[in-house]
Design a protein around this ligand. Structure first.
Ligand code: 13P
Length: 253
């Protein structure tokens, strides 16, 4: 059985005081509900040190939201994998649809970022997902399949089990619309088949997360699907009670 992973993506939200309160509330909640899943928060880069200290010694893992494809040098504004590793990041999101849409990240750039993350010992959370127009045109599997295949094409087969995949339909992000459990399961099963084509043994161990308006009231039915191994949570990760409720849904408690 794969362990579930619930990862919060704070996006460009937060502040020193709000972060401290949110982490304190999540830690207090976890002390009550217990921890039987992997749990992480992916925070804006300026808050890595703060949140590293706040989660130290707890079950909460730290993640970042982006990483440079480059190791070091003249790349103004970028943050390297080695820098993230220095702050004890375990995860880094790569290829979020907001970065693909607003920062022009191609499948090839996303693949290079996944490789950069692995080189620094980080677990890339590789995001894939189709737009509404692509879904309506019947292209979901073609688009999502291409996105994951470009990443897999640059990975060593042995590295397949070192990644996490997040299926995030663009039309479900921040919209309150969610994929139905069956719709999500179909794409997750397709993704696992692509992983299996590269490394069959690893594919059964890779956590494939769903993201896109996952909330306390829909998490349980999504997380009950056989290939949905957790959630990448945006808005609901900013409220301790909602995030904790999704953790409980993942843990079945
Ligand atoms: P929402 O949960 O706010 O829809 O965001 C999902 C997401 O983009 C997580 O990376």
């Amino acid at each position: 059985m794969r362990r579930k992973l619930v990862a919060g993506n704070w996006k460009m939200n937060g502040g020193l005081a709000a972060n401290a309160a949110l982490i304190a509330d999540v830690k207090a909640g976890l002390a009550v509900v217990g921890v039987q899943a992997d749990i992480a928060v992916c925070v804006p880069a300026p808050y890595l040190a703060q949140v590293q200290a706040a989660v130290a010694g707890s079950a909460l893992a730290l993640g970042a939201q982006d990483v440079s494809a480059h190791a070091s040098g003249a790349y103004t504004g970028e943050v390297s994998g080695a820098m993230l590793a220095e702050f004890a990041c375990k995860y880094v999101i790569v290829g979020h649809s907001e970065r693909r849409a607003y920062h022009g990240e191609s499948d090839e750039v996303v693949a290079a970022k996944a490789v950069a993350a692995l080189k620094s010992g980080l677990t890339p959370i590789v995001c894939v997902g189709e737009t509404l127009a692509e879904r309506e045109a019947g292209q979901t599997n073609a688009v999502v399949g291409r996105q994951i295949d470009v990443v897999l094409s640059v990975l060593d087969a042995a590295d397949v089990e070192k990644i996490v995949v997040a299926y995030e339909p663009v039309w479900a992000i921040g919209t309150g619309k969610t994929a139905t459990p069956a719709m999500a399961q179909d794409v997750h099963a397709m993704l696992r088949a692509r992983l299996a084509a590269k490394n069959a043994g690893a594919a059964v161990r890779v956590q494939i997360l769903y993201g896109g308006s996952m909330k306390p009231d829909n998490a349980r039915e999504l997380l009950a699907m056989s290939d949905i191994d957790g959630g990448l949570i945006g808005g609901a990760a900013l409220k301790a009670a909602d995030f904790l409720a999704i953790v409980q849904a993942a843990q079945g408690n």
